[in-house]
Write a new protein. Structure first.
Length: 625
């Protein structure tokens, strides 16, 4: 077995080494389905920008993803397809002019949309996009006023009670909704046949009902503001505009996210900006920079994942035996060093008196650090920090920042501290707490503990570690698993939790670790691997994929390696699965292993198919060979 493991490790190391770019990073695609492709077409057509080659390329990819029933899916085993994704695709294809209503693809899509409730049943974000482009009527009354941006942080409900993701998307929506802004062109298609009733042009009842209970606190907040209503209204719009502009990156994108940048462009036009304004032109160019190639197809990424890929791969290569002094590791760490963030961002609202020092997710990100990228980058540069003063300073700042971000409940969030206002947690909107809040999660808490246990002098951080362990043990699922917010899903969360607990010396015979191990053994497939469906994320319980994937298998094996004292038959079977599927290339390799929003969009990290099997094999060799 050892010879085969060595050979596979060497093969994976060679592959990853060869695919490193000149700047030291890895640029594997951050693939999120077709929505961003559709929105790019809709944006270019609405702004009447001439980029027909890009539109052609995106149309080609969209059409390749259509199912035989006319629908588009957001993951392989989704029942019939996604209504929202199908509406987005149908609209983009028609707007592009490359397809007409009488074409087979559109007729099939239309039939699917009508059979599943029409435009009224799509998600809120898609309704906003349709309203912005003149296809859906804005609601007459908006229960969330733009003046919320004027509420002080001390007010019981304010804009900084929302997660960064929710805030960055909601603020431009509030501007456009306030103006009831929309823009149609001569090229705009007619989507009226996608409403089930003639004369119907919009229904926001589901969305409005979710927020109506907040009307009283909103009104109370507005009444506490000092100034004339008209002046306060204009001031709120100005503040909202400034919020967006002050958080655009050097490429013009707002927070390096596709959706928030898309919305910002319309919000600026609502504020009177010309579609030819340099800020809008630069924002569009920023979105274009997210373009990547997947095979022979063009895809618009939601963001880039260069920092995340680079930190994880560099660490995995070092675990596999590459010396930190090798050129590939040196280049990777120099890249990471340059991406450490030195600016105060929104994270400092709830975490004052702490100097910056975290890392973000994308290549261009400078103001939006997160815990996962920070600890991943620190793992990678650890061996440099003991000898090099520059790296030592980066290490100290990053570690101090990561510690300071621990929530009051003992767990760790993704982006911002203590953004878990219970007033918002029960709202029945798409994504729920996953979109609106940034609470402690098992995956972030577990991975942060794993970092402190394996890569730091743990005595220094014992009070923080104890609180983190307590949070994890209190938040285990009844079946023994943990829910992972940023991966799919219970296997991911359990991997993070158990490896974290093991790293900080929680005994492997602890009843809760034993319960997690038994759960993993119980869900192992006959071929020795593991696989989990994106449906787990929607149903909030483990749903098997019924086939194995290399990434899920690597997470499961790595968990068992951390918890078991010797190689069990189940671990050996999992290792054999990884060795036997080294060249596997089918729908399971492209199946999403990351999540963005439950039931909304999922992420295929192309790097995961290589780096996590490499990490699991390296850990297996180190402990059992």
């Amino acid at each position: 077995m050892k010879e085969k493991v060595d050979a596979e490790i060497n093969q994976l190391v060679d592959r990853l080494t060869e695919e490193q770019t000149l700047d030291g990073s890895w640029t594997y695609p951050f693939e999120t389905g077709i929505s961003t492709d559709c929105y790019m077409i809709i944006l270019l057509c609405t702004l009447e920008m001439d980029d027909e080659d890009l539109i052609d390329a995106l149309v080609s990819r969209i059409l390749r993803k259509q199912g035989k029933n006319g629908a588009w899916k957001i993951f392989h085993d989704e029942a019939e397809g996604s209504l929202t994704a199908t509406v987005e695709a149908c609209y983009a294809l028609l707007y592009s002019g490359r397809r007409k209503k009488e074409d087979k693809e559109i007729r099939l899509a239309t039939r699917f949309i009508q059979r599943h409730g029409g435009l009224k049943e799509i998600n809120m974000f898609a309704k906003v996009m349709l309203a912005l482009t003149g296809q859906y009527k804005w609601p007459r009354y908006i229960p969330v006023p733009v003046k919320i941006i004027l509420f002080p942080v001390s007010f019981p409900l304010n804009i900084f009670d929302l997660s960064l993701y929710a805030r960055s998307n909601l603020i431009p929506i509030l501007i456009t909704a306030d103006y009831k802004f929309s823009r149609k062109t001569k090229r705009s298609p007619d989507l009226s046949d996608l409403f089930l009733q003639r004369g119907d042009d919009g229904d926001w009842e589901k969305e409005l009902n979710s927020w109506r209970s907040f009307e009283t606190p909103f009104q109370r907040g507005i009444s506490s503001l000092i100034g004339l209503p008209e002046q306060l209204h204009e001031l709120a719009l100005q503040r909202a505009e400034e919020y967006m502009l002050n958080r655009t990156e050097s490429d013009g994108a707002f927070y390096s996210y596709f959706s928030s940048t898309f919305l910002m462009i319309f919000a600026l036009m609502a504020r009177g900006y010309s579609k030819q304004d340099p800020i809008i032109i630069k924002a569009v160019e920023g979105l274009k920079s997210f373009k990547t190639n997947i095979g022979k197809q063009t895809h618009m990424q939601y963001t880039t994942a260069n920092v995340w890929n680079t930190a994880l791969i560099s660490h995995a290569l070092q675990k596999a035996g590459l010396s930190p002094s090798t050129k590939v590791i040196d280049k990777a760490n120099q890249y990471l060093l340059k991406r450490q963030q030195m600016k105060y961002g929104d994270w400092s609202i709830h975490n004052q008196d702490v100097i910056p020092g975290g890392w973000g997710f994308s290549d261009i990100n400078t103001i939006n650090p997160d815990l996962d990228d920070t600890t991943a980058a620190l793992r990678s540069i650890r061996s440099f920090a003991g000898e090099n003063t520059v790296y030592r300073q980066a290490w100290d700042r990053g570690t101090h920042w990561a510690v300071s971000m621990q929530n009051d409940d003992g767990g760790w969030p993704a982006f911002e501290k203590n953004v878990d206002n219970t007033l918002l947690s029960w709202l029945p909107i798409e994504g729920g707490g996953s979109m609106l809040l940034d609470p402690s999660t098992a995956d972030l808490t577990g991975r942060t503990l794993e970092f402190f246990g394996n890569d730091t002098h743990t005595d220094t951080y014992q009070p923080f570690i104890k609180r983190g362990v307590k949070w994890l043990l209190q938040n285990q699922e009844k079946d023994g698993s943990w829910y992972g917010r940023w991966g799919i899903c219970y296997i991911y969360g359990t991997w993070a939790a158990v490896t974290g607990l093991a790293a900080v010396k929680t005994n492997s015979d602890h009843p809760q670790i034993q319960k997690a191990i038994k759960w993993l053994y119980a869900i192992q497939n006959q071929d020795g691997g593991w696989g989990e469906s994106c449906k787990s994320d929607i149903e909030k319980k483990y749903v098997p994929l019924k086939v194995s994937t290399r990434t899920h298998t690597a997470w499961a094996i790595d968990t068992l390696i951390a918890a078991e004292e010797k190689a069990t038959p189940e671990i050996e079977q999992g290792i054999s699965y990884l060795l036997e599927t080294s060249e596997k290339d089918d729908w399971t390799t492209a199946y999403p292993k990351g999540q963005g929003l439950p039931g909304g969009f999922y992420i295929h990290y192309h790097s995961y198919e290589f780096l996590f099997p490499l990490l699991a094999l390296a850990n297996y060799r180190e402990k059992f060979c």
